[in-house]
Design a protein around this ligand. Structure first.
Ligand code: AKG
Ligand code: FE2
Length: 152
């Protein structure tokens, strides 16, 4: 089935946002992340190529759905996890509530057997999901480097 984890993120206002890190650039280790953000804004996603960061404006009544690393690995790279970061706000506190939809810690994830059976060359190996998560938390946020842990 999978496991779910809900975080409550609180970003205090910061008079000099350029001198602080809200959340550093990273991709989530989830399959999908369902994110509720308040009206303040500050979430940016990186465009596929290059260093262009796009603001994800809060839209009342909407949720943001992000692809995570586990889905990238299981889809053998068809779906790519989105790199994102959060910048603190100069005059307002911000709250966000991500729900991470994950494999279970005991699950071994890798490119789905259906893809490999159709003759596709796997680009990721089989990894124990709890090892993948441990690897993510062992280091500082560093963009999409975590997924390298599963590369063949
Ligand atoms: O606060 C946000 O909008 C995103 C937070 C985030 O990236 C995370 O908790 O993984
Ligand atoms: Fe995230």
């Amino acid at each position: 089935m999978g496991s779910m984890r809900t975080n409550l993120n609180y970003y205090p206002k910061c008079p000099n946002p350029e001198f602080t890190v809200g959340v550093g650039r990273h991709s989530d280790v989830s399959t999908l992340t369902i994110l509720l953000q308040d009206e303040i804004g500050g979430l940016f996603v990186r465009e596929n190529e290059g260093d262009n960061w796009i603001h994800v404006p809060p839209i009342k009544g909407s949720l943001v759905i992000n692809v995570g690393d586990a889905l990238q690995i299981m889809s053998n790279g068809r779906y790519r996890s989105v790199e994102h970061r959060v910048v603190a706000n100069g005059s307002n506190n911000r709250i966000s509530v991500p729900i991470f939809v994950n494999p279970r810690p005991v699950d071994v994830i890798g490119p789905l057997p259906e893809l490999i059976a159709s003759g596709e060359k796997p680009i990721y190996k089989q990894v124990l999901y709890s090892d993948y998560v441990k690897h993510f938390f062992r280091k500082a946020h560093d963009g999409k480097k975590t997924v390298g842990f599963a590369e063949l």
